[in-house]
Ligand binder design. Sequence first.
Ligand code: NAD
Length: 496
Amino acid sequence: MAIATLLPATTAFIQRAPRMLIGAEWVEAADGQTMPLHNPATGEQLCVVPRATVDDVDRAVLAARQAFDDSPWSRTRPRERQNLLWKLADLMQRDAELLAQLECLNNGKSAAVAQAMDVQLAIDFLRYMAGWATKIEGSSVEVSVPLMPDQQFHSFIRREAVGVVGAIVAWNFPLLLACWKLGPALATGCTVVLKPADETPLTALKLAELVQEAGYPDGVFNVVTGTGITAGAALTHNPRVDKLTFTGSTAVGKEIGKIAMDNMTRVTLELGGKSPTIVMADADLGSAAAGAASAIFFNQGQVCCAGSRLYVQRKHFDNVVADIAGIANAMKLGSGLDTSVDMGPLISARQQERVWRYIEMGRDSGATLACGGERFGPGYFVKPTVIVDVDQQHSLVQEEIFGPVLVAIPFDDEADALRLANDSPYGLGASIWSNDLAAVHRMIPRIKSGSVWVNCHSALDPALPFGGYKMSGVGREMGYAAIEHYTELKSVLIKL
Ligand code: NAD
């Protein structure tokens, strides 16, 4: 067992009880209220952070509004925005280990994995978005204007920053999700108020320090820590916000979408998932089993596009399930600071209880546990679990569990696989494991999801748009699609 040593900077950051950033000021909540954060590996309190009030959120939005409407930021050139984003990415690279340790202590995930994946993907994404800052184009078009046949015109279409962005994110990839919002916002010239998840604000607060150090003007990036019900709702309702971008559950996303429409606030919703992993008979079964295990067990199954439904062509079903159960049984659970550990705790006692209820529901309804089905403490651990003998319409198959629980069902042929894969309210991702190129290409257009992976799962790239069909959301993050979501079009017609 090798335990990573905490950097002095990590300990110092936590011990000084971090504050929120509103405009230029690091502040407590207006009423002095705080909320505790816990280490999911031990259940122990880590520190407290401010519990923002509605007033705090309003002040943060006002700071972002002023920075957008009338500050040096509103006049920055694309090249400056590019360079600032590169600078921010460089500072994150410098502090990668610190960011990863904060993520580990606050979220429970492995510090080593957080550094190699969460932090590095966030850095890569910001650098990718820095490139877009200098490539945002409008267009010109030759117009006819039928009502004025004798006139000459010049017309063009500008793509302009949408304005003040209210960003609300989930706790499963706190830093990465924040950067998915921050990158396109800063590349296009928007300003941001970020409300991190109640449970995991630490890396967002560190990110705010780095934004200041990079040299962004005051008010461009603000972070309010607090609850969804108070701070999140205040941000959602604030009419000075031009765009809301939300990553979280479908239930909350729907509410945010409705409120956004009251103010005609632009909105992007990245919501839940119940993504299928489809293993065809001709697949390389060893890779498919390893890939399916990683698709569900990575990040303790707390991944929006986790491969939480496994469909295997019938003749190989038992073998593939046995292989995945073998992988699951060999996984070592423990603190994310232990470099020999394969799986950490869930985020909270509440999440552990929620996942446990689903496992109990499976047992009670006669499903069979191929492995797992145990929980232990004092942290919030649930063993990787595979459930078979379960009907497609069962809640275990239809609902997002958001934990290390895989349900596996056999299928007979391609049509059957597609029917089962699409029989879900969600449509975030899907993977097909097969070497039959023709079958794969027949299936790709028929799968109703925002991403389809072939012989891999949850593989993301900054250039590939990510988002959901159906209940998995509205809009896309990453790629040029993100730039479109953070800009408005303005048509200009000049009579000559
Ligand atoms: P959640 O919806 O409970 O919370 C997400 C965020 O919304 C938090 O910051 C929370 O404080 C805030 N919030 C809660 N109630 C609110 C309200 N009434 N008004 C405004 N804000 C409110 O989700 P969660 O449990 O934190 O995260 C898990 C969910 O996120 C899963 O469903 C998962 O699939 C989804 N997710 C989706 C993606 C994606 O890209 N599609 C990525 C990660 C997570």
